[in-house]
Structures are given as structure tokens and as C-alpha cells.
Design a protein around this ligand. Sequence first.
Ligand SMILES: Nc1nc2c(ncn2[C@@H]2O[C@H](COP(=O)(O)OP(=O)(O)O)[C@@H](O)[C@H]2O)c(=O)[nH]1
Ligand SMILES: [Mg+2]
Length: 249
Amino acid sequence: MPEGSKMKRPDVKVVLLGDMNVGKTSLLHRYMERKFKDTVSTVGGAFFLKQWGPYNISIWDTAGREQFHGLGSMYCRGAAAIILTYDVTNWQSLAELEERFLSLTDTANHDCIYALVGNKADLTDLKAHLSPDSESTEPHELSACPTPPASPASLSGVKKQVSPEDAVALYGRILRNKGLEEADSLPAEKMCFETSAKTGYNVDALFEALFDLVLPSILRKQNENQESPTVDLEECRGGHSKRARSTCC
Ligand SMILES: Nc1nc2c(ncn2[C@@H]2O[C@H](COP(=O)(O)OP(=O)(O)O)[C@@H](O)[C@H]2O)c(=O)[nH]1
Ligand SMILES: [Mg+2]
């Protein structure tokens, strides 16, 4: 691609799915902008492009509101990884993943990778609460399940409603839903995370682990010499989304 070209061709697509308010937009902001804002809104969907080594990864944020649900399966088309996000303080947000969002992922790649992410861990877990709100790229232990010790008294007092075991059990059901054998798939311990967009806890670890895991998918696609859709960033800027990278705010 010539230098200075406005056209960027995503090599692979990663999608964030989950109910409204679980923190999808905040996670993306935290990772891309290294910041947390208390009020962010998502209009329809927005994507960011992340350069990962020689590759361009598009990360799609979606709006969890009812009116955008029809678009969910469109966002998932051709996805190499889907981040199913819930709020650890809200049991229903986990249930919704199975009840409403899983069916939207049928349009993803046949070898799509699924990650389950319980966000807002800062409200329930001391380690996530104390995680430095910094630029640090030091990964926390990837085994976000099991959870760090909780100390609700010193935290928000908000009760943790979803345990790591609940997430692991759902991960198993997702694999079965997709007709995948657990033995041949990525293990739940590697694919279940607890994060805090607020403090940054496990956020880099989540995205970077996923990026590494989708590399084979990129290579396979390149081998097949498949064309991936080209995104004209300039057009996105001029169209209904003002900034391709941050139409969400
Ligand atoms: N305490 C806490 N609040 C969060 C976290 N992530 C998001 N929030 C808050 O939850 C609300 C919804 O976040 P948002 O990113 O808009 O959720 P989305 O609808 O899934 O995109 C906002 O008020 C955020 O400030 C987090 O990790 N910890
Ligand atoms: Mg949002």
C-alpha cells in the first residue's frame, strides 16, 4: 500500500457484543485511547483500526440497544473473534449473551474465537479496583478466571452477581452451540476474562491475547488470497460518522 494512502485494509475483524451498559465502548476506549470516561455513548456501531505488527485489526463496537439488534449479525459477518461482554455485577447481562446475542454470531467465521469478558471487576474485586489507572502495558495474569480475592467492604458495596464458574459454564455451552468439541477448542481458562475499563485491569491482556490468537486466521485468509473489504477512512469521516475511529463519543 503506498505511503500516505487513506485506504486501510483490515486484515481481520474483532467484534464486541453484549448488552447495553456492560462497558463495551469503555473497554475499547481504554484500550485505544488509554482513558476512561464516565459518559460515553455508542450510536449504532463504530470501529477502530489497530495496527498489530504488520496487520490491521478492525475492532467493532456495537450498541446493545434493541433498535440496533438487527444490525448485530451484520457486525459479526466475517468476524475472526467475538468478545461477548457482560457486567460482573449484573447476572442478567450474562443471561442476555446466551438468550439474545449468541444467535447474532452465526455470521462470524467458522473458526471464530469467542472470549467471555466480565467487565466492571473494579466494583467487586480488590485487585481490579487497585489496578493502576496507567499507561502500563504490563499484562495481568491471563487466567482472569479464577477471580482475584474480593473485598466488597472496601469497594463499592456492589455485589458480584456472576462468578468465574458461571462464565466458564457459559463458555462450554457456547462451544456446544457452535458444534465445537471442548477438547479441540481454546480452553475456558484462556478465554474467560474479568476486566475493568475503569482501572485498566486486564484490558491490554484481553485484546492482545485475542490479537495473537487471530493471527492464524489472518495467515489462512492471506493464503486463500481472499479479498477483505476495504475501508475508506476518509469516506467514513465525511459520512454519517464524523471520525472513523471514534464515532462512539
Ligand atoms: N465501575 C465501572 N464502570 C464502568 C466500567 N466500564 C464502563 N463503566 C460504566 O458503565 C456505563 C456504561 O458503559 P459503556 O461503555 O457506555 O457501556 P456499553 O453500553 O456496553 O458500551 C458507563 O457509565 C461507564 O462509565 C468499569 O470497568 N467499571
Ligand atoms: Mg457503547
